[in-house]
Design a protein around this ligand. Structure first.
Ligand SMILES: O=C(O)C1=C[C@@H](OP(=O)(O)O)[C@@H](O)[C@H](O)C1
Ligand SMILES: C=C(OP(=O)(O)O)C(=O)O
Length: 438
């Protein structure tokens, strides 16, 4: 049956009649929260997470760890200091069933953890999770000594038969389809008998800042990591076996979720401040300072946070986004509103993200009158006058926020299933309207 508009869940994206001027507090980073949960669960003593992100992806991670025996007490700190979760490690056990949703971090980071549990741990998730690459993790874990039943061969659903320990040691993987393969193996490696030596053998390795984030967070809990950027062999990471410390960790705001708000300043010629923007960070969203400046704005990092100011003019950009792939939908949205063409390169692997992001962006921007073509590894975007219409999101949070950016500048854009932003930013619609009312 074909879907009629009446059956769609449509959210009229607010149009900005003038320049936005707002301060927007952005919740914690998905990538940092889910790494912190895994590392705290594998530690030898309890730990705390301050300001963790509470969203679908992080609640799935917390629930999965609980199912294997970890204690996670969600709560708020005293005197309105915000969300504060206590993680109490325990002997990991099956039988357990883990719902990964469509969270790359859950489907990739937890199979190595499950090898350390006693008993079978079943992994299942949204239909899209069956299509997302997982072979790098499955094949590597087998080489390192794990028993896995993957009836779909290299994909979900599957069962990891945890033996309470994993031998570990050297392994080669091709992580060109997802950096999360490398991060997954490194995060659990201190608990493998021999630790791990991961050698990436493929061509490109995307999302390097996310691998740096993994290495930094491992070191912060006491792990010993050798890696290419501090003098190690290229494309080789080594983690030694060791106990991990329970820490009291403050989670940074999610800079990729700050993107639509910064984009709002850029496309309306306004000003947006994001408090608590870290001075130093491994989050890929930090690259927005440079990318959005090149596209026509300017930014300043002060004690108040990052203030981004637009001029009302938006320029196209030619940029390799391989390191910061998750920023692509938001950059494409801004590029569609620019005064010159853009070429976004280095992001072929986005075809296997929450949805095929290259196809989805092309179809939806063109559906509003745009002129976008897919290239082998990205998008070519020639700005055209856009008109209103339905912007489909394909269960992809970043499609919903990208469409909302276009809606600021184009009257009559309706976002289908804006609730999909719950994956990483459940309050997005309220935050967006709040920004415009400020
Ligand atoms: O490790 C992480 O937290 C992430 C790594 C990246 O994945 P890919 O390397 O698969 O793109 C990124 O796109 C994703 O949003 C989060
Ligand atoms: C690719 C993304 O998520 P995941 O962690 O599910 O891979 C993303 O958030 O843009």
């Amino acid at each position: 049956m074909t879907e009629t508009p009446a059956q769609l869940d449509l959210w009229p994206a607010p149009y900005a009649s003038g320049a936005v001027d707002a301060t927007v507090t952005v919740p914690g980073s998905k990538s940092v929260t889910n790494r912190a949960l895994v590392l705290a669960a594998l530690a030898s003593e309890p730990g705390w997470l301050r300001h963790p992100l509470r969203s679908r992806d992080t609640l799935l991670m917390a629930e999965a760890l609980r199912t294997m025996g970890v204690g996670i007490e969600e709560g708020v700190g005293p005197d309105g200091s915000g969300e504060r979760w206590r993680v109490i490690p325990a002997g990991l056990h099956g039988p357990a069933t883990i719902d990964v949703g469509n969270a790359g971090t859950v489907m990739r980071f937890l199979p190595p953890v499950a090898t350390l549990a006693t008993g079978p741990v079943r992994f299942d998730g949204d239909p899209r999770s069956y299509e997302r690459p997982l072979h790098g993790v499955i094949d590597a874990l087998r080489v390192l000594g794990a028993r896995i039943d993957d009836e779909a061969r290299g994909a979900l659903p599957m069962t990891v038969h945890g033996a309470g320990a994993l031998e570990g040691g050297p392994v080669e993987i091709d992580a060109s389809s997802s950096s999360q393969f490398v991060s997954a193996l490194l995060l659990s490696a201190p608990r493998f008998n021999q630790g791990v030596e991961v050698r990436h053998t493929g061509s490109r390795l995307p999302s390097m800042p996310h691998i740096r984030m993994t290495v930094d967070m491992l070191r912060a809990v006491g792990a010993q990591v050798d890696e290419p950027e501090t003098g190690g062999e290229p494309d080789v990471w080594r983690v030694s076996p060791s106990a991990l410390l329970g820490r009291d960790l403050t989670i940074e705001p999610d800079l990729s979720n700050a993107q639509p708000f910064l984009a709002a300043a850029l496309v309306t010629g306004g000003r947006v401040t994001i408090p608590d923007w870290p001075e130093r960070t491994t989050q890929p969203g930090d690259a927005l300072r440079e990318i959005f400046t090149e596209m026509g704005g300017s930014c300043e990092l002060t004690e108040e946070g990052l203030t981004f100011t637009g001029t009302g003019r938006v320029h196209g950009i030619d940029v390799d986004l391989g390191e910061v792939g998750e920023l692509t939908p938001g950059i494409a949205a801004v590029a569609a509103l620019a005064d010159s063409p853009s070429t976004l390169r280095g992001v072929a692997h986005l075809r296997l993200h929450e949805t095929d992001r290259l196809a989805a962006l092309t179809k939806e921007i063109n559906g509003l009158g745009g002129d976008v073509t897919e290239t082998a590894d990205g998008l070519h975007i020639r700005p055209r006058p856009l008109h209103g219409g339905v912007f489909h999101t394909y269960d992809d949070h970043r499609m919903a926020t990208a469409g909302s950016v276009i809606g600021l500048a184009v009257p009559g854009v309706e976002i289908e299933n804006v609730a999909t932003t719950a994956k990483t930013l459940p309050d997005f619609p309220q935050m967006w309207t709040g920004m415009l009312e400020a």
